[in-house]
Design a protein around this ligand. Structure first.
Ligand code: AMP
Ligand code: MG
Length: 436
């Protein structure tokens, strides 16, 4: 079988997977999921014109001459409904979020006003004796405010329906649920939401040499790290995988494990995908009815990576080398799981960086170099995390991203531009974003 390019292999994977059906979850459990329904506003938000500031609601025409002194006729707190209508020369003390009273057309913030004491008022600005009784006169002396700034109509008013109108579509299916989206869902009173179901993922490691995490240390064995690194990669996508343990390189035992693995939507098998005489994964999985769609990809690390389907189940045969296993997960399993979960954006975010050193490369396979990123005045720089062998798991553990060296490159000189695929974070993009 031909070696596929990374992009061609990604296409095969994405064409083979579909988004799952919907299920209902509580809003509290929805972070990181993907909306499977259209969500509409259930009322106008805000429900009436409200103040954007703590200050005074007033008639902007009363501020033709500045400073102006206005009579405060009411105190409106958030949650109150105004009971009075402003007439010329009047204002209402108003708090952020409180409804604008009838007659007012603007709000001025408290910082642009000054309290007025009785002494400061000139006798002819006092209410006329006889118009009001003495108790209300006394009250009114302190219920005045000096406005030091003119404002335009509409100043610091949040208009009815400015956030959303009743019945309007506010969230479309396929929206990834972020904290902001949760806020919108709560605004429209969705305590339960329809989201796409997540695939159930099983992880199986294979190899006679492997030592389980719970087994005593045997100097002749290799600790099983792949099951756990893969577990972490799956968890980082918001899915809790099932670890099936370690299958020995024995066709019967392997068949038993693989059968169990095929009960899940996605089976990740680590190791045994190469062409060694004891690499039984391929014949065993095919004997169980799986149709393998590719076995080799022109990439480094990770070329013995396999992908197949058994009915609706999908299987990834990941290389046993710890770095290869993780890189292949990033390139192929991440897009597949994201597509199944209903995400529109399936690929890790890429950025442009400059290499701080030369990179050797034999033309042929696309190479993924584990790098550290630094933000410098001219943009990001990328520096290798050290020895890049496919068994050097520390090179991966230290990395911020994978710098992609195109297959046809004859090497990169220090200072040359390189695309770096970020390894963590929750922001994804539509396509791979690199040239092979
Ligand atoms: P394989 O792909 O089975 O030929 O394995 C390639 C290399 O990866 C060998 O050195 C294995 O010992 C190592 N390896 C395989 N599986 C694991 C695992 N689960 N954890 C750590 N190393 C592994
Ligand atoms: Mg092996």
């Amino acid at each position: 079988m031909e070696y596929l390019s990374v992009a061609a292999a990604q296409r095969v994977v994405l064409e083979s997977v579909a988004t799952f059906g919907a299920e209902q979850v509580k809003l509290e459990q929805s972070l990181g999921r993907v909306l499977a329904e259209e969500v509409r506003a259930n009322r106008d938000q805000p429900p009436y014109d409200i103040s954007a500031m703590d200050g005074y609601a007033l008639r902007s025409t009363d501020l033709a001459k500045i400073p102006a002194t206005l009579e405060i006729i009411e105190d409106i707190k958030a949650g109150d409904m105004p009971t009075k209508t402003l007439t010329p020369g009047q204002c209402a003390r108003i708090m952020t979020g409180a409804p604008i009273p009838q007659g007012a057309d603007a709000v001025i913030r408290v910082e642009d006003t000054e309290a007025v004491s009785a002494e400061a008022l000139s006798p002819n600005s006092l209410p006329q004796a006889g118009e009001r009784d003495s108790a209300s006169l006394r009250e009114n002396l302190f219920d005045r405010v000096q406005i030091n700034q003119a404002v335009k109509p509409g100043n610091d008013i949040r208009r009815l329906g400015e956030n959303m109108r009743n019945g309007e579509v506010v969230l479309a299916p396929g929206t990834a649920i972020t904290p902001g989206v949760i806020g919108v869902l709560a605004t429209v009173k969705r305590a339960q939401v329809q989201v796409y179901r997540r695939p159930r993922v099983a992880i199986l490691s294979t190899g006679n040499e492997l030592e389980g995490l719970d087994e005593p240390v045997d100097p002749n064995k290799i600790p099983n790290s792949n099951s756990y690194a893969l577990m972490g990669q799956v968890q980082a996508l918001g899915i809790e995988p099932v670890l099936l343990g370690i299958a020995r390189d024995d066709p019967e035992e392997l068949a038993r494990y693989l059968k169990r693995g095929l009960e899940y939507d996605v089976l990740l098998v680590s190791g045994g995908t190469s062409v060694g005489v004891h690499d039984y994964v391929r014949p065993t999985i095919e004997a169980l009815g799986a149709q393998m769609l590719f076995w080799r990809v022109a990439m480094k690390p990770g070329h013995p990576v396999a992908f197949g389907k058994a009915d609706e189940k999908i299987i990834f045969g990941l290389p046993g080398n710890p770095v290869s296993s993780m890189v292949c997960f990033e390139e192929f399993v991440v897009p597949a799981l994201r597509r199944m979960m209903g995400h529109a954006r399936t690929h890790r975010r890429t950025i442009q960086a400059r290499m701080t050193h030369n990179v050797k490369h034999q033309p042929g396979r696309t190479e993924f170099i584990r790098v550290l990123l630094a933000q410098e005045p001219g943009g990001y720089t990328a520096t290798s995390t050290g020895a890049q062998g496919s068994g050097m798991l520390l090179s991966m553990a230290r990395a911020d991203g994978l710098a992609v060296v195109p297959g046809d490159s004859a090497g990169l000189a220090a200072g040359s531009a390189v695309t770096v695929q970020l390894l963590d974070g929750t922001v994804f993009q539509d396509d791979a974003g690199f040239r092979e």
